[in-house]
Structures are given as C-alpha cells and as structure tokens.
Design a protein around this ligand. Sequence first.
Ligand SMILES: Cc1ncc(COP(=O)(O)O)c(C=O)c1O
Length: 462
Amino acid sequence: MATSTVYGSNMDDANWLKHEVGRHAFHPMADPKDTVGNPPPIIMKGDGVYVTDLDGRRMLDCQGGLWCVNAGYGREEIIQAITDQLRELPYYTNFPGSANAPSIRLSAKLCELTAQEGMASVLFGSGGSDATETAFKMARQYWKLVGEPERLKFLSLRNGYHGLHFGGMSACGGDAWRRSYEPLVPGFINVESPNLYRPPFEGVDPETLADMCANLLEREILFQSPDTIAALIAEPIQGAGGVHVPPANYWPRLREICDRYGILLIADEVITGFGRSGELFGVRNWGVKPDIMCVAKGITSGYIPLGATLLNERVASAWEAQGPRSVVMHGYTYSGHPVACAAGLVAVDIAVREDLAGNAADVGSYLLAGLRRLMDRHEVIGDVRGKGLMIAVELVCDRTTKEAFGPTDPYPMAVSDKCLSNGVMLRTIVNKFIISPPLTLNRAQADDIVAALDDALAKTPR
Ligand SMILES: Cc1ncc(COP(=O)(O)O)c(C=O)c1O
C-alpha cells in the first residue's frame, strides 16, 4: 500500500488519499458509504482564516475547524509552546504520586479568568464530551458529599448538544444524536427550550416564550421532586442544535429556578468559551453565574485536544469533607496533559490579549447584518440568527410555512458546494449553514462570505 507523503509532492499520493478517504476510517456524523467514493475536501494547510485542500483550493474557513480554531491557523506562539513542551516533557500524569507544571499553571489561569463567575477548581479532560461527562459525575458526587444522595437526575434542553459520551448524549435534545445508541442513561430529562424560529408555542413575544419555557421547566422539577434533581445543563447559546440565541430573560430565569430548588446550574461553554459569542464566556451575555462550566475547543484554539470542567466554590468546597467518598474517582490518562495545557496557556492568553471576544462581537454583528440583507434577495432563506461569530443561515422550501429541506434534498449541499468553489467553506447541517469562523475574521473577509453565499444562492437551481 502506498504511504501518504507530503502535500502536493506527487499526484499519485493525492489520488491515493482521495481514493482511501473513509475506506479504513469511519468519519463522525457521516454514513461511511457516503464518504467512500465521494471524498470531502481533504484539508492540508491552514493560514489565518483560510484553509487549503488537496486540490490546492484556498478557502475561507467558515467552520473554524469545528467551532474551535478561534485564534486562526499558523499561530507561531501556540506551535512554539507545543514543541517546547514536547522537548521538555511530552507527558506526565496527574494521577496520585505526581503532577506536571503546565496543568498547574493552566488551572490557576482558568480560575483567574473566571473569577467573575467564582470558579475555584478545574478537572481536565481531552475535549468537550469529557468536560460534560466530568460535570455530571462531579455533580452526583457533590450531592453525595453534602448528604443528599437522592439528587441523581439531570435536566437539559430541547435542541441542546452536550457531546456524545453516554452522559452527554443522554442530555442531548435531538433525536438524531440519540436514536442509534439508545437506551440512554437513566435519569436524564429533556425539556422545551425557547427556539425563536420554530417556537413550541406560537404567537408570543420572545420574553414571554422564554418565561413559558422556564415555567415548564419548573413544573417538570416539581413533578420529578426537586430533591431528586442534581443539575441542569444548558449552552449559553445553543450551537449544534442550529444556533439558537435565547431571549435575554431566559438564563436569569434558569438561575433563579435552580436557586429556588438548590439545583446546580452547568453552563456548557464548549463552543462559547473564550470569545465566540462576543463575550469571553457565553454566560456573561446573560449576567449569570453558573455552578459548573464546561470548556474545550477554543481553550487551545483546536491546536491540540483539551477540555476542562470548572467548579465554583460552592461545589468544590464539598471535597473538603474527609473520608474515602471524597476521592475524585474520575479522570483520564490524559487529564492535564502537559503539552495540551502548555498550548492552552498561550491560546487563552491570545484570546484575552487580542480581545477575540470584542472582535467576534464587532465583526459578528456586521456579518449577521450582511447575511440578513440576503433575505431580501433570496426567498429560500428562512432565517438568519446568531450572536458573535456563531451564526446560522436556515434554508426553507417555503418562507411562510417554514417547511424545511429534508436530509435527502440535494439543494442545500449544492449551494454549499457552489460556495466552496467561490472560496468559502460553510458547514452544512441538513438545511442550515453554520458560520463559525476564526475569531480573527475581519470585516472585508465577512463581506467575502456574504458575497460568496449571495452568488451561490443566485446560481444554484432548485
Ligand atoms: C456545547 C458542546 N458541548 C460538548 C461538545 C462535545 O465536544 P467534543 O466534540 O470535543 O467532545 C460540543 C461539540 O461540538 C459542543 O458543541
């Protein structure tokens, strides 16, 4: 079998890669049969907000990798930190008997950055699914430590996405993510969320809708018995579910309800953490302090896998209790990996120093306005929504009925392919285009995205 060599070195290698894609590896969220013989762009290089594929096409990366390359590609500082750490110490565990310096430094840094939220302790993992899994386990242990062992259940929201380990998947609020792997973990309860485009209750204004959803949540808590609920998990802005920005009163209501019944509030900041929503952390848009925060993705700008779960003082202090039950019987070989933490220290520093959140707010609202203007020219756009640099453009067959294109309809993908040939790579989820580029995007590049989509919609027959 040929071996892959260097990008562009010879055509045989390029053809070999295209031939082999999907043949020996299943790709996440894809039907293996679709990948073989229909190769997706094979990305070989990145610079700034652009990526280049095997065919030499340079494209503006509207996916930001997968909502994660916040600082953009080719950041020498992060690369240097990774290579320096690899030379110094490529690995050492934090299991009992040892520790490593980068993970100590990064845990302190994360608590410093979230001082406003009152975070006091950090547990590391290798990504977002680890971060939510850890949050669920720490929440259950917390309640055992404080003498309420019956608090076992978790609440989550319709359209929410919390990763695909068994815990996170059980909290996900979409059938597609759960169906093939059921039964779910017992004790996960999913409730309505204030989806403004396809609301569960018609004919009410956004704040009223948020109140109605919050009231439903409270009714569910009372029905379940508050003293059986461990925590509520939610994204400050729902991402994978289609970018749903909640009305401003919703998160404060979540906090108020959790407080009323003593329930822990977990903010899943895996996408929103480190600037994407226009604030350093998504909860700051809503002025809410959660009890637990899950972060990943932007923590290293995607340069190397890392995730973290942050506990506030209320939660962390439960481990001051003595006894065998206070051992954190949870963790991974790669918890606090020194290379990942060294990358995290620099990536997080860049996010703060370069005010990536401020740029996401500024360029994000400019881009959102540009995309919204396309609605005047293209009847097929049903909705454009988002905050900061997390935006969705939803296509519909009929704007009045909001009838969506089905998963087998080729039209959205044809538009996306045309965008690709216009030099802009979108992420297509059935009938939605997700736009989550690096947070270093500038206004001229935002114009390029709007122009590429405008042209693609104009030229793609339905
Ligand atoms: C809000 C949220 N939580 C958790 C996850 C899971 O993260 P990972 O894919 O790194 O396991 C994701 C991934 O997109 C996410 O968007």
